[in-house]
Unconditional design. Structure first.
Length: 116
């Protein structure tokens, strides 16, 4: 059973920073894609940033230059460093692991609120 547990969300002022972490447990395919998604109230869940097991990254245009995704394959962790946060970054953030040719797993989500 693959489990993903996010941490690090909270309330921050505009311009501030937060660091989200995702711990993965269980057995999963080594060939996979991991990403952070977010869902604001009444909106669909969208990809914020992703990284392959080989280390290739991609970002939503709205976060390029402000967010950095990284993964530690030895520790099975995924991190999202978020800088220069804006009110429009407010959302529930989810960690995802998608196996190549296998399962698709989600964490329970962590709330990020950017407000003065």
């Amino acid at each position: 059973q693959v489990q993903l547990v996010e941490s690090g969300g909270g309330l921050v002022q505009p311009g501030g920073s937060l660091r989200l972490s995702c711990a993965v447990s269980g057995r999963f395919f080594s060939d996979n894609f991991m990403g952070w998604y977010r869902q604001g109230p009444g909106l669909q869940r969208d990809l914020v940033a992703g990284v392959t097991s080989g280390g290739s990254t991609n970002y939503a245009d709205s976060v390029k230059g402000r967010f950095t995704i990284s993964r530690d394959n030895a520790k099975n962790t995924l991190t999202l460093q978020m800088n220069r946060l804006k009110p429009e970054d407010t959302a529930l953030y989810y960690c995802n692991l998608a196996e190549q040719g296998g399962g698709d797993y989600w964490g329970q989500g962590t709330q990020v609120t950017v407000s003065s």
